[in-house]
Write a protein that binds this ligand. Structure first.
Ligand SMILES: C[S@@+](CC[C@H](N)C(=O)[O-])C[C@H]1O[C@@H](n2cnc3c(N)ncnc32)[C@H](O)[C@@H]1O
Length: 243
């Protein structure tokens, strides 16, 4: 039997391996190549929930998104939903969530979680690439994504943003949870996000950083239709202080 300390060490080893594989993937010309991402997640799908969802600040940032930015009645598309960390939290509050991911085993885990929580009637699943969305125009009023776009090059991110813009209703919102590009070169920087979001016709762009390392990006498709006005202005200091 492993004691708590040995489990902690094992977890740290697996996390280091994840980031090593991750960075090898990102440093090559293969970045964004779906086959490589599939191979990475063939390996990590069985242990994924022992990694990110165990990081307290990660789930706190996801909780912050759900509490302050998701509205009852939202029709949501969650891109790169993975094992459903954000999907199931949002499904408790919103009308409906479509969880989309490249990897079937990750989506299967999301489905199992939704079933366990009795949320299956509120979630649908779509296996595919976030850069080519198989949905009609203007059918969602919120598109979310956490730690998926990191696999895409800047032109691929732009392609995804144009697709998101197409499937959002006028006034619809985009919320990304990602890493802080000002403290880690794994992620692109604020000014780069602003440029590609504006180029893809998004407005009201806001950034909030949480626990220094996480970044929440908010943007809106111009137009009327989204009457509720969630704000990103609550600071991560408030969050730490439990305000
Ligand atoms: C780091 S995990 C994040 C999962 C989940 N959003 C979370 O926060 O726990 C990244 C997920 O993005 C998916 N992914 C990567 N590239 C994708 C793409 N182009 N289209 C759809 N999903 C993609 C992977 O299969 C993986 O499940």
């Amino acid at each position: 039997m492993l004691d708590r300390f040995s489990w902690g060490r094992k977890l740290a080893q697996v996390s280091r391996l994840f980031f090593f594989k991750h960075d090898v993937l990102r440093s090559g010309t293969l970045r964004g190549d779906p086959k490589t991402i599939m191979r990475l997640y063939d390996f990590f799908a069985p242990v994924y929930d022992l990694l990110f969802p165990r990081i307290q600040t990660y789930t706190a940032t996801a909780n912050h998104i759900v509490t302050t930015l998701v509205q009852p009645g939202d029709q949501i598309l969650d891109l790169g939903a993975g094992t459903g960390l954000l999907t199931v939290k949002m499904a408790v509050k919103a009308s409906h969530v479509v969880a989309m991911d490249l990897h079937q085993a990750m989506l299967r885990r999301a489905r199992d979680k939704a079933l366990e929580l009795g949320l299956d009637g509120r979630v649908n699943y779509s296996q595919g690439n976030a850069t080519v969305l198989p949905f009609r125009d203007a059918v969602f009023n919120l598109v979310t994504s956490s730690f998926m776009e990191v696999y895409l090059t800047v032109p691929e991110k732009t392609q995804m943003l144009e697709e998101i813009h197409r499937v959002l209703a006028p006034g619809g919102r985009l919320i990304f949870m990602t890493g802080n590009g000002e403290v880690s070169n794994r992620y692109i920087k604020r000014h780069q996000w602003t440029r590609i979001l504006e180029r893809s016709l998004f407005t009201d762009i806001e950034f909030t950083d949480h626990y220094d390392v996480f970044r929440v990006i908010f943007a809106r498709k111009a137009g009327r239709g989204n009457v509720l006005e969630p704000s990103l202005n609550r600071s991560s200091r408030d969050e730490r202080e439990g305000a």
